[in-house]
Structures are given as structure tokens and as C-alpha cells.
Design a protein around this ligand. Structure first.
Ligand code: PMP
Length: 432
């Protein structure tokens, strides 16, 4: 038995499913997840000393790759000064100011410890600030596991959502309306029906939780226009896209195409913490001042703005502000997508891919999907074959077909070439 197998068996005795977050358990693809012993640059080594090219990057935070020297130095120094104080520190202010500089839609920001917390708090704030109840979310977008977000569409617009998790009372999701991504007509209908009570619309601008699906420019414009028309807040969940698809997130890209575009609230996480538990939400001053202790919307956290996490985030954000950082990252990612697409097509397999900055998605489909239903048309068995074929060859992609992929600045041309070569071998088997 391999050491990975031993560890997984041991883990399953004491941790439900052997993991602390479900997707890590390989439930969709089967098999034993590698237990990671260490990582450096674009590579990780498991408990059996097998090396992988890492396209998960801790699900997004590791945009610089693992073990970046400046980040480690900043974290080490911060540790020496103290792990946590539960009192304000200068680094929190510095990080908040950096975020404001990178995101012009953000006047004020609050730091928290996870994307879930940030999303949940932003929604409470939207409700508190507008005095309304209802929330629009889109099928296939993930905003963390707050109760009111674990919901799928009811039948038609007349019925609100149904819980997708046991333990969530139907009452708790009764205010969440789940709509189809990129479906403008349905969105208009929803606002026409419920507009007076819609507090906010939360969306991933480029959805990375249904693999990789962009909101079209027209749909994005409609989201903003309808929110403004009806007095609802547009909440951009950039936990995954923030600082990754571009320094200023997806909103900076849409703002190039839609004059005056700006979300009312933005949710950030992952990259801004550089691999430490750190996330944030921010937006217009008048809205953010509704938060406690200034306003009536309660929100708090023992480890919020943690001094080690803020040091890690600041060092990460400093490094990614180097000139040309995202252009180079985007180039490398695109090269990977082009190589994989070519390899699949050479073997006559349906395949398409898209990417922005260091975020990518590919599909065993002939055309890029526009919404969750289309994404889920992917043949799961074929994806599993691809996944395991790559893993065997030392290439670690997300173990589920509805997850995006991540390239870091540490990935080299050699990594990309090795990945495409591995994929070529797997595609050859799949085409047989
Ligand atoms: N929003 C988005 C877009 C995410 O991708 C995630 C996590 N993958 C979250 C929110 C939740 O963040 P966390 O896992 O840090 O709670």
C-alpha cells in the first residue's frame, strides 16, 4: 500500500471523507487523493515523493507559485512580531489601501478570513443597506457555503430556490432567486416581478465554479442596468477572479467595454491572502458605513485582518504589481490552452478552451458553454479518464469537470510542454 493510501485510510477514520473540504476527496473522479508533503514553484510532491505540475494552486491563491522568496520572508518576519493580537495593526490599513488602489470601485474595505465569510457578509450588508430581502444568484456560481446560498432553482420564477444541502431549512433560502447565467430575458423578468424587494444580485463575473464561463458583455451590462434601475446592489464575487484574471479583477476588464461600469460591492479572497486565510469585501463608502461599529449591520471576526495573513497578502500583491505580470501569466496560460486544444483535435476529440490571465477552463465539448446546464453536458467518464491519465503522468488538474484551472507565474515553458505531451498521450488513449 502506498503512503498516500495509508494516509487516506487513516484520515477517513477521523475526518469525514478524509478531507477538510469535499472536492479534495476525489469523489467525482474516484481514487486516492495524493497527500501533499511539500511544494515549490509550480510543483508539488506527495507523500510517496511523486512530483506533480500543479494546476490547482490551492484553488487560486498561489498565483506566484509555491515558496516565493519575498512572500516567505514577509511571513517569517510577521511571525516573529506576533501571530495574532485581536487589535488593529498597520498592515491591515496598508492592505486595505492597496486593495482600494487596485479596485477603484472600492472606497472602503473590511478584511475577513474566508471567501465564504466575505460573501455572506456582503449579502447581509446589501440587505441591511437596502432594507430589502431578496437576492439573485446564478446557477453554477459559487459564493461560499452560507445557508442562504446553498440553493438551486425552483420550477420557474414563481417558486424560489430549493436547498441543495441537508440542514438548510426551505425558509432560509426562500429569499434567494436562482437564475440562469447569461440569460438576460429571465433576469429582466425576475426584476419585473420582484424588483422592489431585490436587495442585491451576486455573481461571478467569470464563473470559475462551473469550469470557466464568461458573463457576456451584454449580460453584464444588463446586470448593472437592472440593479441601478431597481435600486439593488450589484455584488461582484471576485474571490477567484480578483487579481488573477487581471490586477484589477474581472471588473477592470468589463469596465474597458462598458463605460462607467462598477459593481457596488466586491468580494475578494484567494490571491489577496497569498495562501493564508484572508478575504475581504468592500465597496461604496455609503454602503460600507452601514457596517458595525458605524452602522446597524453586524459582522466580526477573531482572526480578521490577521497580522501574518496580511503580511502574506501584501507581499503577494507587491509581487503581482510588477510591470507585465498579468500579460506574461495570460500568455503562458493561453499557450497551455492552445497546446491542449491542438493535441485533442489532432486525435479527433471534441475540445475547447478559454482563459483570462492565470485562470483557465477547458471542455470536452465542441463549443464553449454559456451556462451551467451546458457545462454539465460534458461526458463525466471521459473527463475522469483525462484526469487520471494526467495525474498518473504527474499533472494535477482539478478533480472535477466543473472546476476551473490555475496557472502561476512559476509555471515555465517546460511545464507547459510537459503538460501538453502528457495530455497528448492520454488523448491518444481516449481516441482509441
Ligand atoms: N466565491 C468564489 C467565487 C469562490 O470560488 C469561492 C471558493 N472557491 C468562495 C467564494 C468561497 O471561498 P472560501 O472557500 O475561502 O470560503
Amino acid at each position: 500500500m502506498t503512503r498516500n493510501d495509508q494516509l487516506f485510510n487513516r484520515a477517513k477514520q477521523i475526518i469525514p471523507g478524509g478531507v477538510n473540504s469535499p472536492v479534495r476527496a476525489f469523489r467525482a473522479v474516484g481514487g486516492t487523493p495524493p497527500f501533499i508533503a511539500r511544494a515549490q514553484g509550480a510543483h508539488m510532491w506527495d507523500a510517496d515523493e511523486k512530483r506533480y505540475i500543479d494546476y490547482i494552486g490551492s484553488w487560486g491563491p498561489m498565483i506566484l507559485g509555491h515558496g516565493h522568496a519575498d512572500v516567505l520572508a514577509a511571513v517569517r518576519a510577521a511571525c516573529e512580531d506576533g501571530l495574532s493580537f485581536g487589535a488593529p495593526t498597520e498592515r491591515e490599513v496598508e492592505l486595505a489601501e492597496t486593495i482600494r488602489t487596485l479596485y477603484p470601485s472600492i472606497d472602503m474595505v473590511r478584511l475577513v478570513s474566508s471567501g465564504t465569510e466575505a460573501g455572506m457578509s456582503a449579502i447581509r450588508l446589501a440587505r441591511g443597506a437596502t432594507g430589502r430581502n431578496k437576492l439573485i444568484k446564478f446557477e453554477g456560481c459559487y459564493h461560499g457555503h452560507a445557508d442562504s446560498l446553498l440553493v438551486k432553482a425552483g420550477s420557474g420564477l414563481a417558486t424560489f430556490g430549493n436547498p441543495t444541502s441537508a440542514g438548510v431549512p426551505a425558509d432560509v433560502v426562500q429569499h434567494t432567486l436562482v437564475l440562469e447565467y447569461n440569460n438576460q430575458a429571465q433576469l429582466e423578468e425576475a426584476f419585473a416581478l420582484y424588483g422592489d424587494d431585490i436587495a442585491g444580485l451576486i455573481m461571478e463575473p467569470i464563473a470559475g465554479n462551473m469550469n470557466f464561463v464568461r458573463a457576456t458583455v451584454d449580460f453584464t451590462r444588463a446586470c448593472q442596468d437592472l440593479c441601478r434601475q431597481y435600486g439593488a446592489l450589484l455584488i461582484y464575487d471576485e474571490v477567484m477572479t480578483g487579481c488573477r484574471v487581471a490586477l484589477g479583477g474581472a471588473q477592470s476588464l468589463y469596465a474597458q467595454q462598458i463605460p462607467g461600469f462598477a459593481p457596488d460591492l466586491t468580494v475578494l479572497g484567494k490571491v489577496i491572502g497569498g495562501g493564508m486565510p484572508l478575504a475581504a469585501f468592500g465597496g461604496k463608502r455609503a454602503v460600507m458605513e452601514k457596517l458595525a461599529p458605524l452602522g446597524p449591520v453586524y459582522q466580526a471576526g477573531t482572526l480578521s485582518g490577521n497580522p501574518v495573513a496580511t503580511a502574506c497578502g501584501l507581499a503577494t500583491l507587491a509581487a503581482i504589481q510588477a510591470p507585465g505580470f498579468h500579460a506574461k501569466l495570460g500568455d503562458m496560460t493561453r499557450r497551455l490552452m492552445d497546446g491542449l486544444t491542438q493535441a485533442a483535435h489532432d486525435h479527433g476529440l471534441p475540445f475547447c478552451a478559454d482563459s483570462e490571465g492565470g485562470l483557465f477552463g477547458f471542455f470536452l465539448l465542441p463549443e464553449l458553454p454559456q451556462n451551467y446546464t451546458q457545462v454539465m453536458k460534458t461526458d463525466g467518464k471521459r473527463f475522469n479518464q483525462l484526469f487520471h491519465g494526467l495525474l498518473e503522468r504527474g499533472v494535477y488538474i482539478a478533480p472535477a469537470l466543473y472546476e476551473a484551472g490555475f496557472v502561476s507565474a512559476a509555471h515555465t515553458e517546460a511545464d507547459i510542454a510537459a503538460t501538453v505531451a502528457a495530455a497528448r498521450e492520454v488523448f491518444a488513449q481516449m481516441a482509441d
